[in-house]
Write a protein that binds this ligand. Structure first.
Ligand code: ZN
Length: 256
């Protein structure tokens, strides 16, 4: 059985300081490959460095909406540094990018501008995108619809089972993480029941999103196994079947 963590921040502590052990613990439970997304320029560069060093790692580059809220240079955004990095380092995706209205302070218009610019970049580079979204699924949908040539994954999807059909119709994949392991996470579990099997990705968002048994900030790629187990039970699939389906999906989406 081979599992793929489609979203883990191996560039961040505490994972980065202990990578060999993190890889070992993952391999022990069949988690063998990793997509490492970024949230600013520095993490984009770090993700690319990791991908150059480890064959099991592939990088994504992009600017996350939470990072935007820390910058005051609203009118100075340019996708140019990302474009240059993409030329040099061949990332497999643009991400994570998106909209986040759950932040204490957010600039909805600025978020939309930067998201559109990065979707445009993905289109030009023929790369898929990794989307982050909190409390902004309707506006997100309208923006993604403007870019019919772009596909990707909505990671740690929390928009519910009704809206998910609209994203599926646009061609998007849906990422499920530790939330699925929580017995009381009704919305996420209902969503996992309706997403077509060929559109499901597994992830941990390690170290950030925890699970039923792992605390926030302490998760690792090995925890993708628990997500696979939860999905298998929900859908009535065997664990092997779940692993093979979802790993095939990651490979198809990111061409890896
Ligand atoms: Zn993330």
């Amino acid at each position: 059985m081979k599992l793929f963590d489609s979203h883990c921040h191996l560039t961040d502590s505490p994972l980065f300081a202990d990578l060999d052990e993190v890889f070992n613990r993952a391999a022990n439970v069949g988690v063998c490959r990793f997509i490492v997304p970024a949230y600013d320029l520095e993490s984009s560069r770090s993700a690319c460095r990791l991908a150059a060093k480890y064959v099991s790692v592939r990088a994504a580059i992009g600017l996350h909406p939470a990072w935007l809220s820390q910058t005051t240079v609203n009118d100075k955004f340019s996708p140019e540094p990302l474009r240059q990095l993409a030329r040099l380092r061949s990332p497999v995706a643009i991400g994570e990018i998106g909209l986040d209205y759950a932040l204490d302070q957010y600039l909805a218009e600025f978020q939309a501008t930067v998201l559109r610019a990065q979707l445009e970049l993905a289109l030009v580079l023929s790369l898929p995108v990794i989307i982050h979204c909190r409390r902004a699924f309707e506006p997100l949908y309208l923006i993604l619809r403007e870019f019919p040539g772009v596909v990707g994954v909505i990671h740690a999807y929390g928009g519910g089972p009704k809206l998910v059909e609209k994203f599926i119709a646009l061609g998007y994949y849906i990422g499920f993480g530790g939330g699925l392991t929580r017995p009381n996470a009704k919305k996420v579990r209902q969503t996992a029941m309706v997403v077509p099997s060929e559109r499901i990705l597994l992830e941990t968002d390690a170290p950030y999103i925890g699970s039923h048994t792992v605390l926030k900030g302490e998760s690792e790629p090995r925890d993708v196994l628990a997500v696979a187990q939860a999905l298998a039970i929900l859908r009535g699939w065997s664990l092997d079947e779940t692993a093979s389906l979802t790993t095939t999906n990651v490979k198809r989406l990111f061409s890896v």
